[in-house]
Design a protein around this ligand. Structure first.
Ligand code: NAD
Length: 254
């Protein structure tokens, strides 16, 4: 089974690498009209060329950049059907060493960035609905860390918990207001991307001994997360909103 995203206009942030790049590629392959954005203006153009989609430099913490990204979707494709707020950074530091500037940065990228994106996407989805209930799907890439704990990752865990509950709160609010805009958080477990690889000892990613905590025994691939995101965008998940979808090979239950 493949999830149907054909002709949907999909904006993916943090799309120059990892989960975002895999999502942009898979969505484009399945016929979606993709706007791929990232703070890294060079690498996003490479991904966009590969996907034959629009690529844009976009800092997810800046409201003006969000306006530009949504304007690009409307300019090129006439509307916005889905937003994947996926841009992310990580910080592995014990609480006592964590400078407040780095704490704020993590929250700015994940929490403020997703919140501004939600506001702008909902505004556009309402504007294009022509008086009918607005439709659309918004996916926030949170993390299993929204509901779990591990050493030296408290600032990231705080930010991801905020994103996951943002999806719940905004999903409920929009539904109650009569919109058919669905908002969900995807909570991935350890996934083979530069973000995770940068924090692991050399060789660990491919060493089965490193993955004994994952019941399925291996890290997830970015493409696994992309399929889950496409499911949340597609009509196959049409009654899912305000939820957290955990995709982690069972890791968070061990
Ligand atoms: P990645 O590093 O491969 O990709 C993240 C992308 O976000 C990069 O291209 C980076 O340039 C971009 N980015 C960073 N700051 C930005 C900003 N301010 N504005 C726009 N773009 C920005 O990492 P990934 O693993 O693919 O991460 C994607 C998302 O998945 C992140 O939100 C991350 O927290 C989340 N996540 C990852 C894992 C994992 O194990 N890899 C697990 C759970 C959740």
């Amino acid at each position: 089974m493949t999830f149907d995203v054909k002709d949907k206009v999909v904006l993916v942030t943090g799309a120059a690498s990892g989960i975002g790049a895999a999502t942009a590629r898979l969505a484009a392959e399945r016929g979606a009209r993709v706007i791929a954005t990232d703070i890294d203006g060079e690498r996003i153009q490479a991904v966009a060329a590969d996907c034959q989609c629009i690529g844009l430099k976009h800092d997810a913490t800046l409201a003006d950049d969000w306006d530009n990204a949504i304007a690009a979707a409307v300019h090129h494709h006439g509307r916005l059907d889905a937003l994947v707020s996926n841009a992310g950074i990580v910080n592995y530091e014990p609480i006592i060493d964590l400078d407040m500037a780095r704490f704020r940065k993590l929250n700015q990228v994940h929490v403020e960035g997703s919140f501004i994106g939600l506001q702008k996407a909902v505004e556009q989805m309402r504007a294009q609905s022509g008086g009918a209930p607005a439709t659309g799907s918004i996916v926030l890439t949170a993390s299993v860390m929204a509901n779990c704990a591990a050493p030296a990752i408290s600032a990231y865990a705080v930010a991801k918990a905020a994103m996951a509950n943002m999806a719940r709160a905004v999903g409920v609010e929009l539904g109650r207001k009569g919109d058919m805009i669905r908002v969900n958080a995807l909570c991935p477990g350890p996934t083979r991307t530069p973000l995770l690889e940068g924090a692991m000892p050399p060789g660990a990613m491919n060493d089965p001994a490193h993955w004994t905590d994952v019941p399925l025994g291996v890290p997830q691939e970015p493409e696994d997360m992309a399929e889950s995101i496409l499911f949340l965008i597609s009509e196959e998940s049409s009654f899912m909103t305000a939820t957290q979808m955990v995709v982690d090979g069972g890791w968070s239950l061990t």
